[in-house]
Design a protein around this ligand. Sequence first.
Ligand code: CP
Length: 320
Amino acid sequence: MKTANHAVFNHKDLLGIEELSAEDILMVLDNAVGSKDVVTRTIKKVPILRGKTVVNLFFENSTRTRTSFEIAARRLSADVINFDVATSSVNKGEALLDTVETIEALGADYIVMRHSSSGSPHFLARNVKASVINAGDGQHEHPTQALLDAFTIRERLGRIEGLEIALVGDILHSRVARSNILLLNKLGANITLVGPPSLVPEEFSQLGVRIVHDLKAGIRGADVIYLLRIQLERQRKNLFPSLEEYRAVYGLNKERLGYAREGALVMHPGPVNQGVEITREVMEMPQSTILNQVTNGVAVRMAVFYLLQGARDHVHHDHS
Ligand code: CP
């Protein structure tokens, strides 16, 4: 699981793609290749986090991310606690910092947090010694999702630089889109955002992307079509007439897929609104990576723990 070059991953926390350099990102992706070897062999455990405690602290629902972090930490021999927010003193009004300081006092080395407030992991990271990993903060960032997406693209297509990548759908509410835009820009891909003006406002062009409101024009010649989930739970007003209307104009079906490059990857972070963003038929095509993305999430999160632990050991060594 060593990195090929001698660059150092010099971060206490993983808060967002914004804080990472292209070299940092490549270190995670290169390291995840080794992690994937570990998870596919007969004995799937290595002792890198033996004696360390990882606490999953999810204030919003999750299937993939929480489970994936748990499996990744266990593969590295960590003790894992899934903190149950629903039955905790958070419901008696305990402040977020008090909750996390209590978890740290109980011996947590890593806190993996999902929260509805943008910036909450950054606030915690400044106030605790444990390493904080952002598992999604509001509409801001979801860095490990973007890292596992990049790993999947590189695994399938061999590179990221110079690829034509169309992100389609609810960009406005999507932390996944934001982290992907930041990452793909840093690694030199050409990004097109596709969707109705209400979900893909013109201001996004400041992020160094092309904006196209017509699906066929937006995905023409694309190497990768990345579909974002319509986030009904985050919409404060009706930004399009109905899911049926969205499906009719922006849903990806086999006929529309023909506008992209032949064999173009079809990606989605999940959970999918099936029949809205994508048809079942397209989900089951060989170029669909939806389940590969989930599998690769474990290897990428192992790589993140490995690199953060290296940085923690480095700091500890310097101070001893
Ligand atoms: N992609 C993603 O974050 O999925 P979950 O909400 O299931 O974790």
